[in-house]
Design a protein around this ligand. Structure first.
Ligand SMILES: Nc1nc2c(ncn2[C@@H]2O[C@H](COP(=O)(O)OP(=O)(O)OP(=O)(O)O)[C@@H](O)[C@H]2O)c(=O)[nH]1
Ligand SMILES: [Mg+2]
Length: 215
């Protein structure tokens, strides 16, 4: 996708402040430090447009970025960030879940999982909610530059095991694997997935293709 214009329209945790526009939006979700802001920068071809950090808990608001005056990409605060109060975490979780479950212009969610780790309980809970809310989503395994090609089979198998009954990766593990078709006896929806690296740019074209189909 050619980026002709890009601007930050809103950074807020207050639902009343979310943009009120006819544009659809695509949101990037995942635990703290998984690489959400880095992925957005890679997609947008900007170095530090979305602020990133090696320390978890960098993005603390819902950030709406207007792309080409046509749609929003939305950077979300990460979940699973330990170094905040229980109260703060609870508030974030509430805002996040409410956004993901009820936000009308939300046309798709890019759900990130660190390729080096198996999905956490919080990842599982998030994906369960996306399925229950009948959202369209794609699984993006981040930091793919850090694992070997051979490990990729294990990553997909691990995902399918942990999410058994909820979701499983579509056969081709590609963005074009169709979206949520019921998978029949094994239970759970079939979701597309890609491996992504914001260091090498792997996965960028496939992810843009998935996004473009939804906007
Ligand atoms: N090797 C490698 N490192 C990555 C990749 N993506 C992100 N990182 C690193 O992971 C750390 C966290 O990246 P962020 O993009 O800030 O993560 P985030 O998910 O936005 O984190 P929060 O805003 O805290 O929720 C940074 O040190 C990045 O440089 C990747 O594809 N490969
Ligand atoms: Mg971030």
């Amino acid at each position: 996708m050619k980026i002709l214009s890009l601007r930050t329209v809103r950074t807020t945790l207050d639902a009343a402040q979310f943009p009120n526009s006819p544009w659809v939006e695509i949101a990037v979700a995942g635990r703290s430090n998984v690489g959400k802001s880095s992925l957005l920068n890679m997609l947008l071809g900007r170095k530090d447009f979305a602020r990133t950090s090696k320390d978890p808990g960098k993005t603390r608001t819902i950030n709406f970025y207007a792309v080409n005056d046509r749609f929003f990409l939305v950077d979300l605060p990460g979940y699973g960030f330990a170094r905040t109060s229980a109260e703060q975490r609870e508030n974030w979780a509430k805002v996040l879940y409410t956004y993901l479950e009820t936000r009308q212009p939300l046309a798709g969610i890019v759900q990130l999982i660190d390729a080096r780790h198996e999905p956490s309980r919080e990842d599982e809970r998030m994906i369960e909610r996306l399925v229950e809310a009948r959202r369209q989503f794609i699984i993006v395994f981040t930091k793919a530059d850090k694992i070997s090609k051979a490990d990729r089979f294990r990553v997909i198998r691990q995902f399918n095991e942990n999410l058994a009954g909820t979701a499983r990766i579509g056969r081709s593990a590609k963005a074009d694997a169709g979206s949520q078709a019921d998978s029949g006896s094994s239970g759970g929806v079939e979701v597309p997935a890609i491996f992504f690296s914001s260091k090498t740019g792997e996965g960028k074209e496939d992810l843009w293709r998935w996004i473009a189909e939804r906007i």
